[in-house]
Design a protein around this ligand. Sequence first.
Ligand code: HEC
Length: 176
Amino acid sequence: MHFLFLSRTFESTTMKKEILFCYLFLVGGFLKAQIPDWSTSIAPLFYANCTSCHNPNGIGHFSLLTYNNAILYAPTIRNVVEFRKMPPWPANPEYRHFKDEALLDSLEIIAILAWIDNGLPLGDTSLAPPIPSYAIGGSLLDTIHHTIQIPPYTIPTNARCIIILRFTPDFKIQFM
Ligand code: HEC
């Protein structure tokens, strides 16, 4: 039997109980046949929530595109998913919701934890979705309306950086 300690980050007791219950139920053996595997559960979940950054050309410093890549990071993935550090979404969903917010729901978190705790099953690879491809320096936006060239800039090794330029008052940024 596995135990899950979620109390540090979950402000909602209901959600905490719900996750704990579902998780114990899942790993307790009732749903042995339905333990999430890479091919049918985890790959689709990672492709929808993680690989836009965690691909060889992305800002995440390792790729989660393939099973062999992903299992190397299983213990860290477990931690960041359990404590909702990834996908990065600093806004508090208990307080307010945003359009296109990048959050895993309770069942997705349970699926990832159960996959890791049950030995990272691969499943039937013929059922796995195609591996998405991402262009070098590619944008995640469907349409780019405006591109700006900035002077070369060195980002310090231990920092991440977003540069916001000054625009005329009639120029509005919707996405970046
Ligand atoms: C918006 C981009 C983005 C998305 C989406 C994203 N990540 Fe990350 N992830 C990053 C970046 C950037 C880092 C490096 C963070 C740092 O160095 O502090 C990172 C770091 C990590 C780490 C290493 C953490 C550590 O402490 O070393 C793991 C594991 C991880 N991500 C897993 C995931 C998983 C699993 C998902 C999807 C559920 C995901 N990430 C979604 C950008 C992203």
